[in-house]
Design a protein around this ligand. Structure first.
Ligand code: FUB
Length: 437
């Protein structure tokens, strides 16, 4: 019998270069699977600094592409002055547009002032802009104390339902066609046992499922309940994801190319509950519609589509072509070894941004030290992020010695990319810049 009170086997994350959590997996109109995740900024301070949402996508459930940053707290005019606190988001397609919902406080007293921001785009993966937050007919926000984790669910007839809540207060409502105004009343979701946060709703064989995290101390799990009505009352069914080794748990369930998947997070890379990593495993239903306990695995899901083709417009810059500053030792092949003295850096100048736009930067590296190494990624003098160079035990075919990060480059051979040693040791082999648009 599985012990459901403590972590068992720990899964290998599918996103390793930066820390991500709270994955909402959604199949786009183009048939690709998109993950709308929150971003645990590194270094962390509680969950206060969470910011700069990145989207990830896949066609085959093996290779996950960083689509880049879509929204940061600085872009949210109505948001708290101190920024941060961009928590678990979700997204849905309606009226020809993608609607991205995210919880964010309006004031400095963050936990009393949550609202549900809405950003909209013609695309599933870029060009989102904030249009304000969800309000009732009288123009009042529907958030408030502990009101986090929006989940947007579109029923077969196109009716949009919004779910949210935290701290034993699960809520649900219908939205108007404008996707930002509540139709009718916000209702308590009844019948959920030990609700903590992280609502997620999907439908299978005419039955509505609500998943959510529970309150098991330092070891939250994911539970579920079912209903014949999208707003309940719900019939509690059980736990489908055991503890992942993190204090929080948060996930989504999605059907993609004939398989069902459970997305969730753990903290196996960092060992810290506020620097989390997105994982995915296949999910199975029993004949009676109940969900089998998800097996958290350290192997990739079987591919359900073709692996991505190499991008013919990608350009690779070997480490030996970079300018080295500080105590970086070199191997015979010119690759940078011993990349471990904080502040030392490897500079690639004249990186070609072609016509400008979104580029995936791929840092090829080797880390056989047995521990995590991190570098700071600075492009055109802007500090974008710390980037993980994880050890082979944690890489998947996606991240096989490649750390990736998507950001905008300027047109032409005008871009400077600095990889600055932060901690740990690794060998940098090359940098590839790959245009995404
Ligand atoms: O990621 C910040 C918060 O932690 C989320 O909103 C919760 O669901 C929990 O995962």
């Amino acid at each position: 019998m599985t012990d459901l009170t403590r972590p068992g086997k720990i899964a290998k994350p599918v996103i390793t270069s930066i820390y991500t959590a709270d994955p909402s997996a959604v199949v786009g109109q183009d048939g690709r699977l998109y993950i709308y995740a929150s971003h645990d900024m590194d270094p962390a301070r509680g969950c206060d600094f969470m910011d700069r949402y990145h989207i990830f996508s896949t066609d085959d459930m093996v290779h996950f592409l960083d689509e880049g940053e879509i929204l940061r707290s600085d872009d949210v005019e109505w948001g708290r002055p101190e920024g941060g606190f961009m928590w678990a988001p979700d997204c849905a397609f309606k009226n020809g547009k993608y609607w991205f919902f995210y919880p964010h406080p309006t004031g400095s007293r963050w936990n009393d002032t949550w609202e549900f921001g809405v950003a909209v785009s013609d695309y599933p993966n870029k060009d989102f802009h904030d249009i304000g937050y969800v309000r009732d007919k009288a123009g009042r926000g529907v958030g408030g104390n502990c009101m986090i984790d929006p989940c947007i669910f579109l029923d077969d007839d196109g009716t949009p339902y919004l779910y949210f809540g935290g701290g034993a207060m699960p809520r649900g409502c219908v939205l108007e066609d404008d996707m930002i105004t509540v139709r009718g009343e916000v209702m308590p979701m009844e019948g959920l046992e030990d609700f903590h946060e992280a609502s997620w709703v999907f439908k299978r064989n005419g039955l509505y499922y609500m998943t959510y995290s529970d309150n098991l101390e330092r070891n939250n799990r994911l539970r579920y309940a079912v209903s014949e009505n999208p707003l309940g009352p719900w019939d509690y069914r059980g736990i489908y994801l055991a503890p992942t080794g993190c204090d929080t748990s948060h996930g989504s369930v999605v059907e993609f190319r004939g398989h069902w998947y459970a997305f969730y997070h753990n903290c196996v890379i960092s060992g810290r509950g506020n620097l989390r990593s997105v994982c995915v495993d296949e999910l199975f239903f029993e004949d009676d519609g109940s969900i089998r306990l998800v097996e958290q695995t350290d192997v990739p899901c079987p591919p359900v589509g073709p692996a991505p083709e190499p991008n013919p417009r990608a350009k690779t810059y070997p480490a030996s072509s970079g300018i080295r500053e500080g105590a970086l030792t070199l191997g015979e092949d010119g690759a940078v070894r011993g990349f471990e003295n904080a502040g030392s850096f490897l500079r690639f100048s004249k990186v070609d941004g072609l016509n400008g736009g979104r580029f995936l930067l791929r840092i090829r590296y080797r880390n056989d030290t047995g521990r995590l190494a991190r570098i700071r990624l600075i492009v055109n003098s802007t500090d974008w992020s710390l980037v993980n160079l994880v050890t082979p035990e944690l890489t998947t075919p996606t991240a096989d010695g490649d750390a990736t990060f998507t950001l905008p480059l300027k047109p032409g051979r005008t871009n400077t990319v600095d990889l600055v040693a932060f901690d740990g040791a690794a060998e940098i082999l090359a940098l590839t810049a790959e245009p995404l648009d």
